[in-house]
Design a binder for this molecule. Structure first.
Ligand code: HEC
Length: 478
């Protein structure tokens, strides 16, 4: 909690602190922080916004959003720019905006050609940030989300997973998770949390209360991980019993990946337009091992480990692909080039290449060492929703909104097509040898493909649904 502001408090902004001296841009005088005496809190709408409008917004709002920083609204400002958060509430000295506007760091803001902030303006901004960078009053406070049940008729497949031993296929529909025998296509069981109830304590027979958004199977095939709103459940794959329930997530968990050695589980999610959230867990104990703080400025949609378990790639709504050291959480480098949300990322097992799939309908291949984009593949006519590398090969499978499921090589060639879908495809799973592919989407059907065949050998429907295959009608022959 931040200390509450007291009206009786006389606020004095300290003189420019010597601690920042070393960060100062050589040859430039940093802006002095003057003393301002205020008995009332500094507000965004009266004090700060007018400064931004006068000195910043013509480069940071509307059609021109330099460094993707939108200073045209409080929300945009708090979201930050391409370098991440610009304002850290309660900590002006640590805020990028304050450092750049004070000419302590490059790029100095506003740029040299423009009128700099006056010391008074600068002091007001500092005070506002130090007082918690409060939103303009009258702004809607985010309502607390009460998770409701998805309507029973909405049963698209949002997540699919294939066990590496090719024995199980798991599909998530609405708040249900259905486990099938991959060989015969038989329904085996549903994963059900026996203690699940609605907010008013009515029992619910489901895996999660709200939509299941992500699924993964551990490399030893013993665990199934599922992600929903603010939680992840680790299930015993053989019995369907709950092993661990992971909680404390800010929002939906939309991405899950086990490390190749099975020792880590990465989760991706976060509240839209606020923050990306990436956490690493020990799947054996369910303990949180590490959180990547301030990793993305918007929801994280994809997580993927390198083959040696040492690195993690993440991607998200902020259009970035980023890479991290799993042992320390240290940022390695970022890859920029997608023009829309990056919905998934995959790491070629040898760690040399990354492939990312975007809402801009393209796949981009990146050279990890050089930090460069190698090529763009026009992979779909609508957004690409998932991307999974096939084992240790240089091939990967994508699915997309235009009802396509396809295999590609990192060289850009289309190496396979898995047909039969008639609507948006959200999810795809692939066995490490590439010989079992499962995909599903809006239709609620999980289609299974064997040995790279282009037509499904099984179409898995919900267990309680009437068979989707045309009933063999007694056609009256005349
Ligand atoms: C004349 C245009 C212009 C004006 C005016 C301007 N900026 Fe910028 N701003 C830029 C450009 C260009 C960049 C990107 C520079 C770079 O990435 O090296 C930038 C980057 C930034 C960033 C870094 C964002 C990020 O995440 O990378 C911040 C913070 C910022 N500006 C704040 C301000 C503030 C505060 C003001 C007003 C006091 C201001 N700018 C005025 C052009 C402008």
């Amino acid at each position: 909690m931040r200390p509450t502001f007291s009206l009786s408090l006389l606020l004095l902004v300290p003189l420019y602190a010597g601690a920042q001296e070393e960060k100062r841009v050589p040859g430039t005088e940093p802006i002095k922080v003057v003393k301002i005496e205020r008995k009332d809190p500094v507000t965004y709408e009266h004090d700060v916004e007018p400064i931004f409008v006068k000195k910043c917004a013509f480069c940071h709002s509307g059609n021109v959003k330099e460094a993707r920083l939108d200073m045209g609204s409080y929300e945009g400002l708090m979201k930050g720019g391409k370098r991440g958060k610009a304002v850290i509430p309660g900590n002006a000295d640590g805020s990028l905006l304050y450092q750049l506007a004070g000419k302590m760091r490059r790029p100095m803001m506003p740029p040299k050609s423009e009128t700099p902030l006056t010391p008074e303006e600068y002091a007001l901004i500092k005070l506002w940030i130090d007082q918690g960078a409060k939103a303009p009053s009258g702004m809607r406070v985010k309502p607390k989300v009460i998770v409701g049940l998805p309507p029973p008729n909405v049963q698209p497949v949002r997540a699919v997973a294939v066990s590496p031993d090719k024995k199980l296929v798991i599909g998530a529909r609405g708040n249900q998770i259905h486990v099938y025998d991959a060989d015969k296509g038989d329904y085996l069981r549903s994963l059900v949390d026996p203690n699940l109830t609605t907010a008013d304590k009515k029992p619910v027979k489901a895996a999660h209360l709200s939509l299941v958004e992500s699924l993964a199977v551990s490399p030893d095939c013993k665990l199934i991980a599922s992600g929903g709103f603010q939680e992840v459940i680790l299930w015993d794959a053989a019995t369907g019993a709950i092993k661990h329930k992971l909680t404390g997530f800010a929002d939906r968990v939309v991405a899950l990946a086990f490390s190749p050695d099975g020792k880590m589980l990465a989760t991706g999610g976060g509240a839209p337009t606020e923050d990306g959230e990436v956490k690493l867990y020990d799947p054996a104990t369910g303990n949180l091992v590490r959180e990547l703080k301030n990793c993305h400025s918007d929801t994280v949609f994809g997580v993927s480990f390198s083959g040696d378990n040492k690195m993690l790639a993440t991607c998200g709504a902020d259009k970035f692909v980023k890479t991290w050291e799993t042992a320390t959480g240290k940022f390695i480098k970022s890859f920029e080039g997608h023009t829309h949300h990056v919905l998934d990322v995959g790491w070629k097992s040898d760690g040399k290449l990354l492939a990312s799939a975007g809402a801009d309908n393209v796949v981009k291949i990146w050279d990890f060492e050089k930090g460069e984009q190698l090529r763009t593949i026009q992979a779909a006519g609508k957004q690409l929703t998932r991307l999974v590398f096939i084992g240790t090969t240089d091939q990967f499978v994508t699915c997309s909104g235009d009802a396509q499921v396809r295999a590609w090589s990192t060289g850009g060639g289309n190496t396979g097509t898995f047909g039969g879908h008639n609507d948006y495809v959200y999810a795809v799973g692939v066995s490490p040898d590439g010989n079992l592919v499962a995909a599903g989407g809006e239709e609620g059907v999980v289609r299974l493909y064997k040995n790279r065949a282009g037509t499904p050998f099984k179409s898995l429907v919900p267990p309680d649904a009437a068979p989707k295959e045309e009933p063999k009608k007694e056609t009256k022959k005349k």
